[in-house]
Design a protein around this ligand. Structure first.
Ligand code: ADP
Ligand code: MG
Length: 713
């Protein structure tokens, strides 16, 4: 059986062309069932005339040349050519390009005007093939109003892409014109399948596609070939990642500290000191060429001279010693190595070669490697850490895990978290250069880690984006995955031949990929902690409807704005709730959501006003979540809620406290100590709540999918 698409591609390859001509693209589209304007290829004036007659007037004439990619820019497109005008138009095109290699002239049916859209595909260095959709013409060129998704896309993805663009309303219908969404969705899915099946096709531009009330028609098409012999590779420098899990990385029962030192403040001292003072549960073996004893422990000259089992080695020697140390580790049968030292691929070519050499030994021995160039690992449960910065006190063991692409995470950032937050931490992984263990590996491990219920990530770049997406998608349904990606403003790919590729900047593609995987994006470290704190403490809300209590009218207005901005709805109160609130509210004051509590406070004082309001709102079935704003000022007792009542409601309750710094800090410690997150501003509380709500929707949609699958199987 011959494959016409493969034949076209083979022909283009043989002629060593960079892109396919319009008629070739349309032949491919026809083959996969995407409707295009009908066309014929004329090689002479007479042929052009007879073909025009066959197609029906008026026609469009377009130059076909491997040297002309943007036909109309070059003057290679003649539209609305009538009977009697074909010869003139044909000759004009041929003479205009007489110094170019011309294959012929495409004679085409003139399409009825429709809404112009663009459908495209390109290959992202990190995420592989991606699909694009947008409105055509000025919308794509000037406004860049386009949406991306990683391929393959589902029907739902395709629908979302169309809904996501600013011009969606135009598609839905504007001045009598509307677009047949089903036909566009179909084209998106077919292009997704096409680039999956044919890796030789690197980029696709269907620009424009005319969308009608019924059906859509591809009017122009362009496809760019992948460079020969080098189909786009995915993945990092080491393709075949070993399959051993990360148990030894996080849960070693015995650790060698290579480069251990008795000199305070040196990395080799701090690592050992942390392990000893924080109460690491396993065995610790210092390794040092010159010393017999360090910090009261017997020291060994090399890892393979330790007469006991060693699960994991932490390397803190200068980088040039790492090759020998890794050899010792391989001989000893060590399962995991955390390389703290810098001076590897992050710095120089020489460092990269060194890293490769070290990694080659590790691969052969089946050793998992974290780093180099990082503070590494922390496990709150067994109190293991490889950090070379002094950690005075461990956080309470809890349900939040952090993965960070920064060597210093277990240093300054961690100190900030420890001193400002009250949630507990399960695991931390600082990945450094990611020579081996990367984000996806750790995610996979955390998916199976019973202690971890929330994962927060700081990412700058990813090696194998597709694997990351796959793993992220799996974990995100079970455990909220909050990601702060920096470097988002980085410009898109190098000079690109297709519109699609020129629009597919890294940030756009990353954003799209996150949506598909169910990843919760945040824009700053602060937002990350705000969201994480809510997940760490609270159950997910049952719906999108919230109630807010504030002690000022202004706060109510700000809260209402924030809810609208974050996509939350203010709940409508039940008659019982309204009745209960009326009881404490003076007659002149209107009861509504957000609840302005001040008049009630004046009448009943703080204690009663808050208690009655909170009880009423939590008891209201229409309220899915509650945001309570408190104040802490001298001369007033700061309200302390009945925590048992809050917990018993099963609803997420978030607090916000403003006022005197010292009193606020006290109140925060008290309330967060009871497992309820506190924010400094109501909009931050609302922001965090909106993330709980997003996760609830994700979990629900997943349940829906599962139900569908069960139904169909
Ligand atoms: P290029 O993108 O290479 O400049 P196109 O084939 O897209 O060339 O032609 C330019 C414009 O001409 C299109 O955007 C479309 O508006 C119009 N056009 C091209 N072909 C047709 C056709 N067969 N029917 C109607 N309009 C067409
Ligand atoms: Mg075009």
């Amino acid at each position: 059986m011959t494959d016409p698409i493969a034949e076209i591609i083979a022909c283009v390859r043989q002629e060593q062309r960079v892109y396919l001509l319009e008629h070739e693209c349309k032949a491919i589209l026809k083959d996969i069932g995407v409707p295009t304007t009908s066309w014929l290829v004329a090689k002479s004036e007479d042929e052009a005339v007879s073909m025009s007659g066959a197609i029906g007037y008026p026609v469009a004439l377009k130059i076909l040349s491997p040297e002309i990619i943007h036909k109309s820019d070059a003057g290679g497109v003649k539209l609305n050519v009538g009977r009697g005008e074909v010869r003139g138009a044909y000759n004009e095109l041929i003479s205009r390009f007489n110094d170019r290699h011309v294959v012929g002239v495409s004679v085409q049916e003139m399409a009825e005007p429709g809404l112009e859209v663009i459908v495209g595909a390109t290959r992202d260095a990190t995420f592989g093939p991606v699909l694009m959709f947008g409105l055509g013409g000025v919308f794509v060129e000037v406004l860049k109003d386009v949406a991306f998704r990683a391929i393959p896309v589902t029907e739902g993805d395709a629908q979302e892409m169309m809904e996501e663009i600013e011009g969606y309303q135009l598609l839905q219908g504007y001045r009598g014109q509307s677009a047949d969404m089903a036909s566009l969705r179909d084209i998106l899915l077919k292009v997704s399948d096409l680039v999956t099946a044919y890796p030789d096709i690197k980029e696709v531009d269907l620009n424009p596609v005319f969308a009608y009330a019924q059906g859509s028609l591809v009017v122009d098409a362009r496809m760019i070939m992948a460079p020969p012999q080098s189909p786009p590779t995915l993945g990092g420098r080491f393709d075949a990642a070993p399959q051993t899990d990360l148990t030894a990385v996080f849960e070693p029962r015995s650790v060698a500290v290579v480069g251990a030192s008795a000199t305070p403040n040196k990395a080799g001292f701090n690592i050992l000191h942390n392990l000893l003072t924080l109460g690491y549960e396993g065995e610790v073996y210092p390794v040092n060429l010159k010393a017999d004893e360090i910090l009261g422990l017997k020291a060994y000259p090399a890892v393979d001279q330790i007469p006991h089992q060693v699960d994991t080695a932490i390397i803190a020697t200068p980088s040039r010693a790492a090759v020998d140390v890794m050899r010792d580790c391989a001989r000893k049968g060590v399962k995991a190595v955390i390389i703290i030292s810098s001076g590897f691929s992050e710095g120089s070519e020489e460092g990269r070669r060194l890293e490769d050499e070290v990694m080659a030994i590790a691969r052969q021995a089946g050793i998992r490697v974290v780093g180099p160039n990082t503070t590494g690992i922390l496990n709150g449960e067994n109190r293991f850490t490889s950090s070379f910065l002094p950690i005075v006190k461990l956080p309470p063991s809890g349900n939040v895990a952090f993965i960070a692409q920064t060597g210093l995470f277990l240093g300054v950032s961690f100190e900030h978290i420890l001193s400002s937050q009250h949630f507990g931490i399960s695991k931390v992984a600082g990945l450094g250069n990611k020579a081996d263990v990367d984000d996806a590996d750790v995610l996979e491990y955390l998916a199976g880690d019973a202690q971890t219920e929330v994962v927060a990530m700081y990412i700058e770049g990813l090696g194998d984006g597709r694997r990351f997406l796959k793993v992220a998608r799996e974990i995100a349904r079970e455990k909220p995955l909050v990601v702060f990606k920096a470097g988002a403003t980085e410009a898109g790919a190098e000079a690109a031949l297709s519109h699609t590729a020129s629009l597919a900047g890294r940030a756009e593609v990353f954003e799209a990929a996150c949506k598909q995987a169910g990843i919760l994006r945040v824009r700053s470290f602060e937002e990350m902690l705000d969201a994480v704190k809510a997940f760490a403490f609270l159950p997910l809300p049952s719906g999108n409807r919230v109630a807010v209590i504030h002690y000022t009218g202004a706060g109510c207005v700000i809260a209402a704005d924030a809810c609208q901005q974050e996509g939350l709805e203010l709940a409508e109160f039940s008659p019982t709730t309204v009745e209960a609130l009326r009881e404490i509210t003076p007659a002149w004051h209107r009861v509504r959501n957000p609840v302005d509590l001040w008049p009630a406070i004046e009448r009943n004082w703080v204690e009663t006003a808050y208690r009655v309001a909170i009880e009423a709102l939590l008891g209201d079935e229409g309220v899915g979540a509650l945001v309570v704003n408190l104040f802490a000022v001298p001369g007033w007792e700061t309200y302390t809620p009945d925590f048992d009542l809050l917990r018993a409601s099963g609803k997420p309750v978030l607090f916000c406290i403003e006022g005197n710094e010292d009193r606020v800090r006290e109140a925060v410690a008290k309330i967060e100590g009871q497992g309820f997150p506190v924010y400094s501003q109501v909009n931050r509380a609302v922001f965090a709540l909106s993330y709980l709500s997003k996760q609830a929707r994700l979990v629900q949609s997943e349940r829906g999918n599962e139900a569908m699958r069960n139904l169909c199987s």
